[in-house]
Design a protein around this ligand. Structure first.
Ligand SMILES: *Cc1c(COP(=O)(O)O)cnc(C)c1O
Length: 451
């Protein structure tokens, strides 16, 4: 390795414990020190550049060092960096709440803030449980979740998720949940449409609601795309059916839009594609354009009213985080929302999405590609050992890692989830950068599946 990079790596490995990482892997592949970012590009200390095809873990929307978001954060920094949000308030959080509720599905009029996605999920879970208690239905305290879902890493969020790689070890620490088969269309039969498959899979959810409505607080889902579960996708009809069934059974619906929100699926929020309003909508990641940690849980007047009472009744939601509603993060979020409004982003993304999809679908004929799937600005390529039977490569072979390494050597940051290569780039990517990203992914898949 180059000397300047190497000195950072040595210092890093002496003290930094990296997230979601077997640190021993760094003996083979050291972490890459980044000195600056610009648009879709990250640059290391030797000047080597990497196209950030995963939006730095799905957070970045408008490129690194976006001039307009930079300016908004800088301006906010001059007046107020942080203030307690209990008993006090500030303009960025007021205006952001106005803007979020105006942009969200109708009926979501109240915003509660936290500072990361997992905490937002904890807030929604606690609020739903507490709502039923406040209205005299304390038996409703269980949660229904989908197989292969992901909602974060804190214990409550981990409990309502279902990716075993992250969950299994901690099972003794986790609350018990009701897990229902996923509408994930990768499992559909040949010739079956997404809508048909997702509709058929809804029977499992209907049955779970029938059995458990009396004790169920909420159903939690990732609308349209189960991202950490391998970018598995399903049809909006499932959400329409789920909204209707949750109403009928008097169970809350929590939409975890932490990854899919802010245009990733083509609409500002994924729920829009089903024409539904959830009872709770969790937002984070792209909320600040990927600049600063912030999350929000949006809910409705009915939920809000159930907590609104004399203090001595002890019905209030006494939950807080030190940095709840941080002004700098709110300013970044407002600048990001302004970009959506002013730059016609969703319409422009349709052109980029069409290009990404068309290029990626060239891989459908690859002998080891089982499926190329897309929802808006998320495109996934699932590779398999046997295309005829769909038999996957054993996870121990870590073929995705070979693709990751190849892509790095070619100046692209791809980070496959298991046997799924995906693209979730910032919205400032250009058509020629899309070509590079897909070409490098194809080379990587060729390399990883040749033997
Ligand atoms: C990333 C993610 C979370 C957790 O957010 P963190 O900020 O990483 O805690 C929760 N739900 C979904 C769908 C996510 O993709």
């Amino acid at each position: 390795m180059d000397s300047v990079n190497a000195s950072y790596v040595a210092r890093d490995l002496a003290h930094v414990w990296h997230p979601c990482t077997q640190m021993k892997d760094h003996e083979q592949l050291p972490p890459i020190p980044i000195r600056r970012g610009s648009g879709v590009w990250l640059e290391d200390f030797e000047g080597k550049r990497y196209l950030d095809a995963v939006s730095s873990w799905w957070v970045n929307l408008f490129g690194h060092a976006n001039p307009r978001i930079n300016a908004a954060v800088r301006e906010q920094l001059e007046s107020l960096e942080q203030v307690i949000l209990a008993g006090f308030t500030h303009e960025p959080v007021i205006a952001l709440s106005e803007e979020l509720t105006a942009a969200a599905p109708a009926g979501l009029t109240r915003c509660f803030y936290a500072d990361n996605g997992s905490s937002a999920v904890e807030v929604a879970v606690k609020m739903s449980f507490h709502y039923w208690r406040n209205v005299g239905r304390a038996r409703k305290r269980r949660f229904i979740t989908l197989a292969n879902s992901y909602h974060g890493e804190t214990l409550g969020a981990l409990a309502v998720g279902n990716v075993q790689l992250y969950k299994e070890i901690y099972q003794p620490l986790l609350m018990d949940v009701i897990t229902v088969a996923s509408p994930d269309c990768f499992a559909r039969a040949p010739g079956q449409s997404w809508a048909e498959y997702s509709t058929a899979q809804f029977a499992y959810m209907e049955r779970a609601l029938e059995c458990h409505a009396h004790e169920a607080s909420a159903v939690i889902v990732e609308p349209l795309v189960q991202c950490a579960g391998g970018m598995r996708m399903y049809d909006p009809v499932y959400l329409t059916l789920l909204r209707e069934a949750c109403d009928r059974h008097q169970v809350h619906l929590i939409a975890d839009e932490i990854a899919v929100g802010f245009g990733r699926t083509g609409t500002l929020f994924a729920c829009e594609q089903a024409g539904i309003t959830p009872d709770f909508m969790c937002l984070s990641k792209g909320l600040t354009g990927g600049y600063l940690p912030l999350s929000a849980v949006l809910t409705n007047e009915t939920v809000y009213a159930a907590f609104y009472d004399d203090y001595v009744k002890l019905n209030a939601f006494l939950h807080s985080h030190s940095f709840t509603g941080n002004p700098l993060a709110c300013a970044a979020a407002r600048a990001s929302l302004a970009l959506f409004r002013e730059d016609n982003v969703l319409a422009r993304n349709q052109v980029l999405a069409a290009k990404m999809g068309a290029r990626a679908r060239e891989l459908e004929h690859h002998p080891h590609v089982a499926e190329v799937r897309q929802r808006g600005m998320i495109v996934a390529i699932e590779f398999v050992r046997d295309k005829a039977t769909g038999e996957p490569y054993p996870w121990q072979e870590r073929r995705g890692l070979a693709i990751y390494r190849h892509a790095l050597s070619r100046g692209v940051l791809l980070r496959p989830v298991g046997n799924v290569v995906y693209f979730m780039p910032p919205y400032v990517i250009t058509p020629s950068e899309i070509d590079l990203m897909v070409d490098v992914a194809r080379e990587g898949i060729d390399l990883a599946t040749c033997a």
